[in-house]
Design a protein around this ligand. Structure first.
Ligand code: ADP
Ligand code: MG
Ligand code: MG
Length: 905
């Protein structure tokens, strides 16, 4: 039997793997293999598969025994190409050890550069390069990365805040720079660096109780182990949770020969995007630093220079671009970037290093982008025929559509506002919030309902939970490719980076900026589109996607592809109008009880409830009738020409009564009834389990006069408007039907009232009567129920409650634990539980259609605006989904994706 392959080689135009093998090689490994095969210059190396990671954790953190020899033989191939030997005293090969999961997790896991430098190999490298300064610069970098990643983090050591080994070494370096009066790292001389390396060794020994390893193999395997360890590190685990990346995926490890951007002014390193990832504009966009190694750009230690002239802004105009500094190299890079985008048919995020005037590519992957950019790129690429419209639609995530629906800072308010500082616009949109300085505070304050903006010098992967909780992120350092920018972009969050005017005092929790002081808890406003920070709480304007040509185009395509209709849940004419503007094709759920709560009505409602006799109830209902009718007139007008589903009264009556003695006393006074009577009624209405109590059509069965009044109000409104030639299409919906007889009686009642009113008004209105499907029994007996229904609307909130036998209002105590422990993959109140609730829905659809082929069906539960649930509804053959007004565009878009995905199968 052939040996299991755990190691994939790439180099010199040949690769064992390919770009298609992301699952096995991780995104980085797959990209390196693919670029190698495309004959793009990539330093040779090999990838250890994600399978090894999985096995490592399965087998108690041990590697499969085949790994070691496979690594050895791959390393030998690399040595042969490079003409150098790993660990050789004459001409040593150095490598980087890089993590790389299936989907990119910016900075969550570790990379170590310059592995293989030891007291034995250093002299050889010095002789070979004739550049002692470079060698010791590489050595101090190795020590900084390795002690941090391998000796501390992977060893599970958790130092106190600010006392990590990396920070200690950084302080030592800062001390030396200060002592010598240097501003930049590049000013450190050979002797400085030599001294620093010795100092580093001492600090490492004292802090970690171990020598810095002087053996190349130990360094290599230490690095490999650290990458695997980091997969289960706190940061990676918390990022995976947010991004819903499964633990089973594992990470790959890439071992790659080093190329050096830090050998002098003829070298450098950078990160770039084939299109602008913040705006989507089709211009090559990136950042670079001369005489530096890759991590300098990403970590935001120095604010980098723009790659080209086109990428310069007023704030970066004075910095040298690569286009100016190394024109012919820039041309090569430009050609490669064009080729990569065309090859991958998508925007690429690339890393490159220039070693002594020679260009090397170190990474290519599909670049992260915010919503605005995603939409613009997709539309532009489809228009230029790089991709089809269908692919364009599938490429934008529904949440990215959501981003465009977010607010921005009111330009009028901005004019007169106090500008605190300028920075780089890393994440567009506007945000207001109170300043906090740590990720934990951001999370804690947000949990208490505060809007916060997280302000840091720079962010690191330890901060992701706080970044997630914050409205926006503001950093003093770092460029457009810094950690903060990358993460914010992925989430579509407002973000400003590199705001160097901010002097942050973490200790006092203050920012000093241009003569002002901003303290913890003070409000600030960010304009992430322009990169401006303002004092106080400025007005935010609601999103205005209708002025975005790319959005409009994409949504037009979405409407062409989708077959599912999208309606809205709206109880007021205003909501109905908003939703219609967003493209709603009718109302899927209009709840009548909300109307009962208005101050001028609740009194009549209560009167009705208190009346023990039918006569009294009718009198109270008569007072409500004109008000309800007025509501329906407004809603029908707003939805003229489109169907409006109105649900008859659903909640239990006690919801309309107050509950404390004091409130009851007050109400008794107001209504002129004795307290005892009110109290007795209140007690008699008490239910142990209201969700399963006297509600829904059970009210209509026991108090038919209530439904009668409602139907009368609906039909009178409809008839009146019909006479004015407004087109109304009322759909009257009976809630919570479990038994066919419940529907039969309430339907008979509804029809008799509706017919009567039409006769009175001498006009015909095309009304229908249907039911909500929200009880398991209704699904199971759908073949009986369908005979009496013109339409079904799935009430998936109640259906989920009743299928699971849990109350949504009480589930908060344990559902989060279920999701955390992985007992449930997702909260079933957020996305439809397809195996359970979904199976019953499917049954209801099939049984219903057997009896009535053209039975109209939709969904009106909150799931109707959630993309995965929308896809499910499409699959089981519903005709429409209905969701809250602001979700309508997302649902339209998700519906198009659902249609495209089904077609693709
Ligand atoms: P991340 O996934 O966090 O970006 P990377 O593995 O890409 O981590 O590495 C961090 C930095 O080190 C990048 O800028 C990368 O280009 C650089 N780098 C990685 N390997 C090498 C190498 N073999 N030679 C030169 N630079 C490298
Ligand atoms: Mg990288
Ligand atoms: Mg319900």
């Amino acid at each position: 039997m052939a040996l299991k392959k755990y190691v994939y080689f790439f180099g010199s135009g040949k690769a064992d793997g390919s770009g298609k093998m992301k699952n096995l090689l991780g995104g980085k490994g797959a990209g390196l293999a693919e670029m190698t095969s495309l004959k793009i210059p990539v330093p040779p190396g090999f990838t250890i598969t994600t399978e090894v990671c999985t096995l490592y954790y399965k087998n108690n953190r041990k590697y499969p025994k085949e790994l070691n020899p496979q690594v050895d033989s791959a390393l030998a191939r690399v040595e042969k190409i490079m003409g150098k030997k790993f660990g050789s005293a004459e001409d040593p090969l150095l490598v980087s050890v890089r993590s790389g999961a299936r989907s990119s997790m910016p900075g969550m896991m570790e990379t170590v550069l310059n592995v293989g430098l030891t007291t034995k190999t250093i002299p050889g490298l010095v002789r070979k390069t004739q550049n002692e300064r470079f060698v010791y610069d590489a050595y101090r970098r190795l020590m900084m990365m390795y002690s941090d990643v391998v000796m501390e983090k992977a060893a599970g050591i958790e130092p106190a805040e600010g006392e990590g080994i990396r920070q200690q070494l950084e302080h030592a370096m800062e001390r030396m720079k200060k002592e010598k009066g240097y501003k930049n790292d590049t000013e450190l001389s050979v002797d400085d660096l030599k001294r620093l390396c010795e100092e580093f060794k001492g600090i490492i020994r004292r802090t970690l109780g171990k020598e810095f390893p002087d053996d190349p193999r130990e360094q290599l395997w230490g690095g490999i182990g650290a990458v695997f360890q980091s997969w289960m590190g706190k940061r990676a685990v918390s990022y995976r949770k947010i991004e819903k990346i499964p633990e089973e995926w594992g990470t790959a490890v890439n071992v790659q020969s080093m190329v050096f951007g830090n050998t002098g002014e003829n070298s450098g390193t950078g990160v770039a995007f084939t299109r602008n990832p913040a705006t989507g504009e089709n211009v090559f966009f990136g950042e670079w630093l001369p005489n530096a190694q890759g991590e300098d750009v990403v970590a935001g230690i120095r604010t980098p220079n723009p790659v080209n002239e086109a990428g310069k802004t007023d704030d970066t105009r004075h910095l040298p671009s690569l286009e100016e500094a190394m024109p012919s190299l820039y041309k090569q890079l430009f050609a490669i970037e064009k080729r990569l985008e065309k090859h991958y048919q998508d925007m690429q995020d690339i890393e490159f290093t220039i070693e002594d005037g020679r260009l090397w590519m170190l990474q290519t992957r599909v670049g992260k982008r915010n919503g605005q950019a995603a939409i613009r790129m997709a539309v532009d690429m489809a228009k230029s025929k790089l991709i089809t419209k269908g692919i364009a639609l599938l490429r934008v995530k529904p949440e990215q559509i959501d981003e465009l629906l977010h607010p921005s800072v009111d330009p009028a308010a901005e004019k007169s506002a106090v500008e605190l500082a300028k920075g780089l616009p890393a994440g567009p949109g506007g945000a207001i919030g109170k300043v906090v300085f740590t990720a934990d505070d951001a999370e804690g304050w947000a949990r208490k309902g505060e809007k916060v903006i997280l302000v840091r010098n720079e962010t690191s992967p330890e901060d992701v939970h706080g970044m997630h909780a914050a409205e926006a992120i503001l950093t003093a350092r770092g460029g457009m490719t810094s950690h903060a920018a990358l993460v914010a972009r992925g989430w579509g969050k407002c973000c400003i980076v590199g705001c160097s005017e901010l002097a942050i005092n973490l200790h006092k929790k203050e920012i000093h900026v241009n003569g002002r002081v901003v303290r913890e808890g003070d409000w600030i406003t960010l304009n992430g589109t322009k990169g401006r920070v303002y004092e106080g709480k400025l007005k935010l304007l609601p999103a205005d996607p209708e002025h975005n040509q790319w959005y409009k185009e994409l949504m037009k395509w979405a409407d062409q592809f989708r077959t599912l209709k999208v309606r809205t849940n709206a109880d007021t004419p205003n909501d109905a109008a908003v939703a219609r503007n967003f493209g709603a094709q009718g109302i899927g759920l209009c709840r009548t009880e909300h109307m009962f709560f208005d101050a001028d009505r609740i009194r009549s409602v209560r009167e009705m409830i208190l009346s023990d006799a039918l006569e009294g109830r009718r009198k109270a209902l008569a007072k409500l009738l004109p008000m309800q009718k007025g509501d329906f007139v407004g809603i029908f007008k707003a939805m003229a020409g489109l169907p409006v589903t109105i649900r008859l009264l659903d909640p239990p009556l006690h919801e309309f009564l107050p509950h404390t003695d004091q409130e009851l006393t007050e109400l008794a006074g107001e209504m002129g009834v004795p307290f005892e009577r009110l109290n007795a009624k209140n007690k008699s209405l008490h239910e142990f389990n209201p969700m399963l109590g006297h509600r829904g059509c059970r009210l209509g069965v026991t108090y038919p006069e209530i439904y009668e009044m409602q139907v009368q109000a609906i039909m009178e409104a409809a008839c009146e408007l019909a006479k004015e030639r407004v087109k109304v299409i009322p759909e009257i919906m009976i809630p919570l039907v479990g038994h066919v007889k419940e529907l039969e009686t309430t339907r008979d009642l509804t029809v008799s009232v509706a017919e009567r009113i039409q006769k009175e008004y001498k006009v015909k209105v095309p009304y229908t009567v249907g039911t909500m499907i929200e009880l398991p029994r209704a699904c199971v007996t759908s073949d009986e129920i369908a005979a009496h229904a013109d339409f079904y609307s799935f009430g998936t909130n109640d259906l989920t409650q009743t299928v699971y036998g849990l109350s949504r209002d009480d589930a908060g105590r344990f559902l989060p634990t279920y999701v955390e422990n992985g007992i449930l993959k997702e909260d079933p109140f957020i996305t439809i539980d397809q195996e359970g609730v979904g199976a019953l829905m499917r049954m209801a659809v099939e049984k219903g259609r057997k009896v009535k082929k053209n039975l109209k069906m939709g969904i009106c539960g909150e799931h109707g605006g959630e993309p995965k649930s929308v896809e499910f509804c499409h699959k089981i053959g519903l005709e429409y989904v209905s969701c809250s007004p602001f979700r309508v565009p997302i649902a339209r878009f998700a519906a198009a994706q659902a249609a495209l995905k089904k077609k693709a199968k």
